[in-house]
Design a protein around this ligand. Structure first.
Ligand SMILES: *Cc1c(COP(=O)(O)O)cnc(C)c1O
Length: 442
């Protein structure tokens, strides 16, 4: 016993590598994951004592950095009361407090809150809400969704079915997914003149199929995991008008964009548009715990609930009090902080610092919006050297496909931001140096 325990202590990484799955990975994964012992502020402290500056916010979530005293206190104080209690037939103050904050901060008239345990589940809930709404109205033919290419909405089946069919990482399952309508990805630039051609494909699909379409679902302003693309707010205003005109509900997935990431509290604030249903997650608890929420309007909840109807969803850990209390603390911490100027400074830093990369032959585009900086290459990055190279440079970034991107915690200072930007520039230069010469002429 003692012997094998000692062996495990010495070899836990080898054991982990052989037995534990990682996201979108083979088993065992082609690369050993980097072991993190602790995290503090914007730094990940590795088992061997090295420190990495975090440029990922653990996938959009850790907006205040790690190990934050205010969030730690919120967790501890809720833990002393109860970490969890079922939500069926019971309720608690943290859920009410969080709902009050969400209702107050999201666009009117969103004021009905459903708590879910992950972003993907909140998307499932949003889709179910739309379907149940039309069901209750007797419009049973409305069973399809309309979305845009380049989107990402999660890994569960309902969510997968509205991810980009090519880049959405789910083509293996296409035979098992419901078929929805896909309009071209919005290609109107974030700023610049409106060109009506940008929405022509979307409009045509809606006009042709609105009788079958229950809802439109999209990520406002920033398409995240589907390609890190930004588009202009006018597109959202047109989509809202078209949905109203054709009796179709509008779902905004703000799971990545919510809580300040793009420079406004929610990305849709740029457009001044209110969806009928909205999903939030990721940064909701400041990256401490998994929690998401789906908000909708009284019109929709009322229709679903007509004649004693119930909304048919209820996860075991719904409205987990520990997560709700942490989310309340995280949102208050955000609102009390100068997040707007911090996010604006990060945007300015990315814009100035990454611009040089644009002249490299291997680079297709450079862009920044809010606390998001992106270098898009012409070819897929070779993670086998790019990932360890970034770790050697002392930063934590997680590129995918052709994209090298960063979305650091808002609390990052300019010195640490510079180190992330420098690492991105170095990688870009290295990629350019390795690119076959023929590309330069092609
Ligand atoms: C991450 C993400 C999801 C899925 O959230 P999970 O918590 O990973 O299930 C859905 N939509 C968008 C826009 C996301 O960025």
């Amino acid at each position: 016993m003692t012997d094998s325990f000692l062996t495990f202590e010495q070899n836990w990484r080898a054991f982990e590598h052989e037995h534990v799955w990682h996201p979108y990975a083979a088993m065992p994964a082609s690369m050993q994951p980097v072991p993190v012992a602790s995290a503090q502020g914007v730094r990940l402290i590795l088992e061997d004592g090295r420190e990495l500056i975090d440029g990922m916010s653990s996938w959009w979530a850790a907006i205040h950095g790690y190990n934050h005293p205010v969030l730690n206190k919120a967790v501890r104080s809720q833990l002393e009361k109860m970490s969890h209690v079922m939500f069926g037939g019971l309720t608690h103050r943290p859920a009410a407090e969080l709902a009050a904050l969400l209702v107050g901060l999201t666009p009117e008239p969103l004021d009905q809150v459903f708590f879910a345990d992950s972003g993907s589940v909140s998307v499932e809930v949003a889709i179910k809400m739309a379907f149940q709404y039309w069901q209750a109205k007797g419009r049973t033919e409305k069973q399809a969704l309309l979305t845009v290419r380049g989107g990402y909405h999660g890994d569960t089946f309902g969510a997968m079915a509205v991810c980009d069919p090519v880049t959405g990482m789910h083509h293996l399952f296409s035979h098992a997914l419901p078929r929805h309508y896909f309009a071209p990805a919005p290609d109107c630039p974030f700023s610049g003149d409106w060109d009506d051609a940008c929405i022509a494909g979307f409009r045509a699909l809606l006009q042709a199929h609105h009788k079958q379409i229950a809802a439109v679902i999209l990520e406002p302003i920033v398409q995240g995991a589907g390609g890190m693309r930004f588009y202009g707010p006018e597109y959202l205003r047109r989509v809202r008008a078209l949905c109203d005109e054709h009796d179709v509900l509008l779902i905004f997935d703000e799971i990545a964009t919510g809580f300040g990431r793009t420079g406004t509290l929610f990305a849709t604030d740029r457009a001044g548009v209110s969806p009928d249903i909205m999903c939030v997650g990721k940064a909701l608890t400041g990256g401490y715990m998994t929690l998401a929420a789906t908000l909708t309007t009284r019109r929709i909840s009322g229709q679903i609930s007509k004649n004693g109807g119930a909304f048919m969803h209820g996860p075991t850990f719904m409205a987990n009090p520990l997560a709700c209390a942490t989310a309340v603390a995280s949102i208050k911490l955000l609102l009390d902080s100068p997040w707007r100027s911090r996010v604006a400074e990060i945007e300015a830093g990315f814009k100035a610092g990454l611009e040089d990369c644009r002249s490299l032959e291997a680079v297709r585009d450079v862009r920044a919006l809010g606390a998001i900086g992106v270098v898009e290459f012409k070819d897929d990055l070779d993670m086998n050297w790019v990932q360890p190279g970034l770790v050697d440079k002392g930063v934590w970034l997680r590129p995918f496909g052709r994209l090298l991107y960063a979305m650091p915690p808002y609390v990052i200072d300019s010195k640490d931001l510079d180190r992330i930007i420098c690492a991105m520039r170095e990688v870009a230069a290295e990629v350019a140096a390795k690119a076959p010469q023929s590309r330069n002429r092609g």
